[in-house]
Design a protein. Structure first.
Length: 135
């Protein structure tokens, strides 16, 4: 009986090495990239104590192995800078549909009155700029 248990145990170990997929620890499973933003949607003016909502529109990727990862935001007294980061997962099977921002929203409260410039960095190093009047 002991021989059979040992044989089964050894077979399980061998099978696990054959069928388990090992990944290179140096290669990330997700690739990060800057998303191309086609347009943004903001109010033309808001009050100082109000929350400003910025909505972003654009295509992230050609299938659902692409997705939104995070906002990178830097602020100055009269300007806010955005970089939108996406990811691509290296899966063999991906659902066939466009991955889109679809009005992905970022909310914040401006700290100063006046014109607030909203700058969005693009993958080609250009920028998309809009503004809001803070009353």
């Amino acid at each position: 009986m002991y021989k059979y248990k040992c044989l089964i145990f050894i077979l399980m170990i061998i099978l696990s090495f054959l069928f388990c997929k090992s990944e290179d620890p140096n290669s990330p499973s997700d690739e990060k990239f800057v998303i191309q933003v086609d347009s943004i949607q903001v109010e033309s003016e808001i009050n100082l104590n109000d929350t400003l909502s910025v909505k972003f529109w654009g295509i992230i990727g050609p299938d659902l192995c692409y997705g939104f990862h995070h906002f990178e935001v830097h602020t100055e007294p009269h300007q806010i800078y955005f970089t939108l980061w996406g990811f691509h997962t290296n899966d063999d099977i991906c659902a066939t549909a466009l991955s889109e921002l679809r009005g992905k929203e970022y909310n914040f409260k401006p700290q100063n009155k006046g014109t607030l410039l909203i700058t969005v960095h693009q993958p080609d190093n250009s920028v998309l700029i809009d503004s809001v009047l803070v009353l």
